[in-house]
Design a protein around this ligand. Structure first.
Ligand SMILES: *Cc1c(COP(=O)(O)O)cnc(C)c1O
Length: 391
């Protein structure tokens, strides 16, 4: 049986005609820059996330970049983030001329550890840390109550890297739930095709409950022009394509159903793995949905985790990957190197001590989790993993 890591065909097929029709309408409209589809998507995503403002941009990377630009991050500044993320999280800091500074992750959630953040902030005697970027990795929110408490204490703005977590929710202290991207100064989404809400090319969005900040981002997205041809600020071309916007508007209507299907798949994997001895024998560690209990006690379905990825920590990873690929099962390592280990950073910062991030980079593996994955495919994946550890 072939089980791909992601099967975009199975998502496309039921929507294909609607998508072709919508794309054709954009083609025929000749409105190829900005326009009503982009505005429509911005309104719908803002409403979906309970955010007051949303600005469509060219990618998740540009969402982060333009947010840091709006904060005025530049040379001499440092930005506190996690070392266990996709490169874009750090790339945008370096492209602003600033320097990344890392706090280690919590090994259970893989997200930035507030206790480690507190240590880094405490050590920042010159107060050069000017922004914090927590990442909601794999679709589960970082511990935002603690992150925001520290941000408040040190008066530092927070830009949420929510590229993998659109729609995921965090239980706040008052018993309510907040959507990822709405807790900091701004939240950044990616519409890369493999994200839970993916376009047919690149795209991204910045959401913010701060009207002024959203307007600033809106201006920078279009070369800082306001009005046209008058540039008080230097921005860039960070515009979202209306072809992407029209496709994303169709897909957004299905997003909740897709999140729920991914959670169901995760539960099914967990059951199948729990029936084996792999966990007890320390061969694998299952992902932990940290906020699940609160979600269940609330009685209403909450997106405590949207499982953009289902990630195990495993023994003998290289061998397991070779085995799964030989059995036609797709898998991937997100990410094999920590950000502080990347070659482009060598010699630029002092080597930090981040044992949990490094351990994650050495031991994690992502399995297929997409919504259309069948039960029998999941059974096959688990059977093959059990078979690997038998010999
Ligand atoms: C995908 C991703 C990005 C970048 O998004 P693009 O749309 O590919 O530019 C940034 N951060 C994280 C954590 C991501 O997963």
């Amino acid at each position: 049986m072939r089980v791909p890591l992601l099967d975009l065909q199975s998502q496309l097929q039921p929507l294909r005609e609607e998508i072709i029709k919508a794309v054709t309408a954009v083609v025929d409209s000749t409105m190829y820059i900005q326009g009503p589809e982009v505005v429509g998507l911005e309104e719908e995503v803002a409403s979906y996330c309970n955010a007051s403002g949303a600005v469509g941009v060219s990618s998740g990377t540009d969402a982060l970049l333009v947010s840091l630009m709006a904060l005025g991050i530049g040379p001499g500044d440092r930005v506190l983030t996690t070392s266990y993320s996709f490169f874009a999280t750090m790339g945008v800091i370096l492209r602003c001329g600033a320097e990344p500074v890392f706090a280690d992750i919590d090994p259970v959630s893989f997200n930035i550890d507030p206790l480690e953040m507190a240590r880094v902030l405490e050590a920042d005697k010159t107060r050069s840390i000017k922004a914090i970027i927590p990442v909601h990795l794999y679709g589960q929110c970082a511990d935002m109550a603690s992150v925001m408490a520290l941000a408040k204490q040190y008066d530092i703005p927070v830009i949420e890297d929510a590229a993998q977590s659109i729609g995921s929710e965090y239980p706040d202290k008052s018993g309510g739930w907040s959507k990822s991207g709405t807790m900091g100064q701004a939240g950044c989404f990616s519409f890369f095709p493999s994200k839970n809400l993916g376009g047919i090319g690149d795209g991204g969005m910045v959401i913010s409950n701060d009207k002024e900040f959203a307007e600033h981002v809106r201006m920078l997205r279009n070369h800082g022009a306001k009005p046209k041809y008058y540039h008080a600020k230097i921005g860039g071309n960070f515009r979202l394509d209306p072809v992407q916007a029209t496709v994303l508007r169709i897909k957004l209507k299905h997003l909740e159903k897709w999140h729920a299907a991914r959670r169901k798949n995760a539960d099914h994997y967990n059951e199948l793995f729990s029936d084996s001895h792999l966990v007890q024998d320390n061969k694998i560690k299952l992902p932990v949905p940290v906020y699940r209990k609160q979600a269940e006690s609330s009685g209403i379905e909450k997106n405590y985790h949207i499982y953009n990825q289902y990630v195990l920590r495993v023994d003998k990873r290289d061998g397991l990957i070779d085995w799964l690929r030989s059995q036609d099962i797709g898998c991937e390592i997100y990410y094999p190197l920590c950000l502080h280990e990347q070659e482009c950073l060598q010699g630029k910062i002092d080597k930090p001590s981040l044992p949990h991030a490094e351990e994650a980079a050495r031991t994690t593996i992502a399995l297929p989790i997409y919504p259309e994955l069948s039960t029998s495919m999941q059974e096959y994946v688990v059977e093959q993993i059990i078979a690997f550890y038998k010999h």
